[in-house]
Write a protein that binds this ligand. Sequence first.
Ligand SMILES: Cc1ncc(COP(=O)(O)O)c(C=O)c1O
Length: 374
Amino acid sequence: MNPSNFFQKASTILESLKKDFLFRILEIPSGIDLSSNDYLSLTKHPKLIASVKEGLDLYGAGSGASRLVSGHRDSFDTAEKACSEWTGTESALMVANGYAANLGLISCIANAKTEIFTDRLNHASILDGVRLSGAEKTYYKHVNLNHLEELLQKSKKREKIIVSETVFSMDGDFAPIEDLLYLKKRYEATLILDDAHGIGVFGDQGSGKIFEVLGKDKIREVDFITYTSGKALGLEGAWIGTSKIGREFLINKMRTFIYSTAPLPAVAHAVPTSISLLKTMENERKDILKKSEQLRKRLDLKKYPKSNSQSQIVPVLFPSEKSVLDAAQLCRNNGLYVKAIRPPTVTVPRLRISIHSDTTESTLEKLISLLPEF
Ligand SMILES: Cc1ncc(COP(=O)(O)O)c(C=O)c1O
């Protein structure tokens, strides 16, 4: 393609995004954080920062190669052991980030012979993994297990995969984890759960939503679990919790693991520190969930459309892209860092409010007072 033609086409596309209030720009966040996934405010925790610095001194600035070449370090082994002990999986494999985890995992365990049943609201990284795998993609209605079962019954494929987030990233509601496990067994499917927004926030000692629901004995019945360390853990990266054989398979077959430079060993070094901090934050977790509930009640009183949120992620739904952009801008002008989430990320535009351990009641009061009446 002639590059100048491409840029002409790109500028037409960008103009139309602007016209539809869908254009995206980069901004440096300022003000009180109501947007990030740093739910336990660990990115600023002195002990975690010290741990990353210690890791840099011990391991240097970068890993230099893929883990299979010369990028492997003992900090990965230690972190993976800490992750699996914490969450109750048999083993764990660290990956550069949650996107690479989902993309690599799904595309290496599925192929054209597989049918993948994916919740309609699953994250883009899951969808992209499904696409890349070449498997048949079948959406089931959001958290609708009757629909999922109907589709499973109709399936002609021998290899089936069910995939779902546990705490939905844009709606803050929960997947029916036990029922998904039941269907996985009944239809002999592989089950993948993504606990990106559950880890650190739910479960005994922050061990995640799946652990909270299934406990130590049943969590190993889930074949693969994606956990991220860029959210409640306050770092970056991700790991996949699975069986020992599952881990060996990923090391041998997962292209985003094999053909990519290993993540920073210093970050892996800090993962156990983050886990030990999270284990002690029971009060903070309760407080986050209490404040989230308060916010939902205040939104109800203000007659905002009811969401299904049950977690630290509280969507505030708006009737149009323009109205949500205006509301986000008003919040930012008044010192609250709030972002508008619009299509194609979601179908209904929204402010995605995330509650953190340092979110105060007066911040929530201020947010409510700034939100327009409808
Ligand atoms: C449910 C879910 N899975 C995976 C990811 C990707 O994780 P990461 O940001 O580490 O790439 C995200 C990120 O927003 C997410 O919300």
